[in-house]
Design a protein around this ligand. Sequence first.
Ligand SMILES: *Cc1c(COP(=O)(O)O)cnc(C)c1O
Length: 496
Amino acid sequence: MEVLYNSTRNNGIQVKASEAVLKGLSADGGLFVPDHIPALDKGLKELSGMTYQEVAYEVMKLYLTDFTEKELKDCIAKAYDGKFDTEVIAPLVSADGAYYLELFHGATIAFKDMALSILPHLMITSAKKNQVKNEIVILTATSGDTGKAALAGFAGVEGTKIIVFYPKNGVSPIQERQMVTQKGDNTYVVGIHGNFDDAQTGVKKLFADTELGERMNRQGFQFSSANSINIGRLVPQIVYYVYAYARLLAEGKIAEGDKVNVVVPTGNFGNILAAFYAKNMGLPIGKLICASNDNKVLYDFFRTGVYDRNREFVLTSSPSMDILISSNLERLIYRIAGNDAKKNEELMKALAGEGKYEITDEMKSRLEDFYGNYATEKEAAETIKELYEKTGYVIDTHTAVAASVYRKYEEETKDGAPAVIASTASPFKFTRSVMNAIDGKYDRMTDFELVDELSALANVPVPAAIEEIRTAPVLHDHVCPKEEMKKTVEAFLGIE
Ligand SMILES: *Cc1c(COP(=O)(O)O)cnc(C)c1O
């Protein structure tokens, strides 16, 4: 059955999957959502015998219904290949009573590779299907990981250009180095004076700028988004939850139909939304445990039904979760409003205006699949240290927020069901924070000394993504005020 995509702000807008992938965001500012969530059409037993790529096909074909089998299988084959340093793509590691789903074995050693390695191929295929002649300009705001993963995905892909904005002082030194050393003359990396929300707001404004859009179109360009609002990001993320369940079943860790809880360190709400979709497709997921850091807007939201971004923005050691507006939450709001675009639009207007909104009691009652909590900096650091000392397994700062929240959940509820914790970054990406958590003595060392130290301590080889940037030259050094993002884009594209 064909899946079409509606805007969360206008039910009258309905497009095919390939059009939704190309557009990224709906013209009315809404997000594209499937008009129904398809059910898995293969049994769990059958899925448990499949490779990652095969599971990817079984899941994605249900959403990208206007792609042919060959088109989709080609995209999957090009995405999940030797760029990943393990054949299983997303390994499950058992440590201290939980299963860590390692989503960081791709080109940039963070979970965004899972979707961004396939998105460029989905986009090029979508462009061909829709007779698009313009060059696709990817515009992205990043809190660190998306930027590099998108750059790595799109670099050198013919018919595309990519421009990435990041908060100049809001990403880790290794994240920044990864971005500014990016090769490929279709890539452009810019630091802005501002935080991630400023970058994201600026990018949204550019997308909504119809005057700029018309000028670009005249000169053979059109924008698209690689941000986590694109359904071409969301759909590939559903895959690894199905795959993780299938692996647990294959390894005899669970019986068919057993409920498994999922714990997700959350920022923009894309990763956990994918788990929610997986559950609604029939995957036996119990609770969706939403873990926040000190920017705990989502924890407050699940507790009170009030989403309120009016608060201090805290810089933490899990920067990819330092977010006060979780864009993908809009898709959940739309759904719990009973697919009511008017209601959703009203709430999103309140968010844009007053910076807050409150959902109705009825909507709140539809959130029972979710459990929200948060971990402080201290709690996350203690979790890294304790897990390492107990098991020898070293996790990154984002995953530590999830592991810490999972402990709180277990203490509160005594649930006892098996849990899959989404492990969203390699500890090598946040080496200083990780090593400092284990022992204060490491503070004196340089970043690259710490990398070698971590490798020895965790007994894990230094990932290729880190080796590469040790000596790579800086190719991007552009910095601009947040007010000048438009000028910067025009200059890069050479449009008048
Ligand atoms: C992006 C990111 C997150 C947050 O994921 P969302 O889908 O935005 O909720 C968590 N951890 C890491 C390492 C990330 O890069």
